[in-house]
Design a protein around this ligand. Structure first.
Ligand SMILES: [Cu+2]
Length: 352
């Protein structure tokens, strides 16, 4: 209500200012005096100059407020190794461009005010200066090159190939939830194909593949602390995006184009609960691509265990096919031959 009242007052103030101008202009036209018209221009210049200053102060305050307000959201506690590189890159860039932004905005509006039209003042004719041109081209070019180079180096580190011993987790986006699959004790994900998707077999796993027999699909993602984790990402309908804010992980899930991302979690869920003082704290996977009406509900819990706890959890999981043995009959009987495969899963894997 207060926000509305403030907004309304600002609008009314602007309307009044506009009407005052109108009255001034019309009055001078009435009097038919050129001298008066110049007088109005003077007032207009002054008011515009003052408004520019007002905009600088108001806009600056709003900028500072939005920054302070979003501070906690921008600074989620960090829980991955590469996240530290991402954060330092983000803040270095933010500080450099922030300083330049503030200085240039102050100069822009203060000078617009200071150098408004004055009868007694003549504009200074200053057509060209090579030195100045070189300086203000070189400085931004060098700074930008350094930022881009640092960013490129960090990106190359983050997106390098995952270590061979990485824990593999397949994450599949669908409207509107995440489906998750682990390769089971053989360490190999069974083949999958979108044509095999049905109400039970939501990820389209090919259960005629022996590697799929021990694959399991848990309700929560568990990963061990300090070990590399490779996410293999797919989507079965529209574009989604896997986002783990505390690990600084973000990768699109694109139908027909598997993607991946690997990271090393550095703090267990228990440690994070102590650090944040929140006994309910949980890492979460969120969808960060607006994918339809239920987008907001695409949340999945991720638990970082100590390595021993992780092994225990792993041992307690039951293969999907054991929970849904009726699927096996389907695969032995039949349909496999009727399914039209445009590309075998092997082909897609090699392309990756
Ligand atoms: Cu989504």
């Amino acid at each position: 209500m207060i926000t509305f009242a403030i907004g309304l007052s600002i609008v009314l103030l602007l309307v009044i200012l506009f009407l005052l101008f109108r009255i001034g202009t019309l009055a001078s036209i009435f009097r038919g005096s050129t001298q008066r018209a110049v007088g109005t221009t003077k007032t207009s210049n002054k008011v515009n100059g003052a408004l520019l200053l007002l905009f600088l102060i108001g806009g600056g305050a709003a900028f500072a407020w939005s920054f302070a307000d979003a501070w906690d959201d921008m600074n989620q506690p960090l829980a991955s190794v590469h996240g530290a590189w991402t954060d330092s890159l983000f803040w270095t860039t933010m500080i450099v461009i922030g300083i330049v932004f503030v200085i240039t905005q102050i100069l822009l509006f203060v000078y617009s005010y200071k150098y408004q039209h004055k009868d007694e003042k003549r504009a200074y004719y200053y057509p060209h200066n090579n030195k100045l041109e070189i300086v203000w081209t070189m400085i931004p070019a060098v700074v930008m090159a350094l930022l881009v180079f640092a960013g490129w180096k960090t990106w190359a580190n983050i997106t390098s190939a995952a270590p061979a011993d990485a824990v593999v987790v397949e994450v599949m986006g669908k409207q509107f939830s995440w489906l998750v699959r682990y390769p089971g004790s053989d360490g190999k994900l069974g083949e999958a194909n979108v044509h095999l998707i049905d109400a039970t077999n939501e990820m389209g796993v090919d259960f005629s593949d022996p590697n799929a027999m021990d694959d399991f699909m848990p309700r929560e993602i568990h990963v061990p602390k300090g070990k590399p984790v490779l996410l293999k990402i797919r989507s079965r309908d529209v574009i989604h995006s896997v986002f783990l804010p505390h690990f600084r992980v973000k990768m699109d899930a694109v139908p027909g184009m598997p993607t991946k991302f690997w990271f090393v979690p550095s703090k267990s869920t228990a440690e994070m609960r102590t650090e944040t003082g929140n006994a309910e704290f949980n890492y979460e996977v969120a969808c960060t691509e607006i994918c339809g009406r239920g987008h907001f509900a695409m949340r999945f819990i991720l638990v970082v265990d100590e390595p021993e706890e992780y092994e225990e959890w792993l041992a307690s999981q039951t293969p999907f096919i054991e929970q849904n043995p009726q699927l096996l009959t389907k695969f032995t009987n039949d349909t496999k031959d009727q399914v039209v495969l445009e590309k075998s899963t092997e082909e897609v894997k090699t392309e990756l």
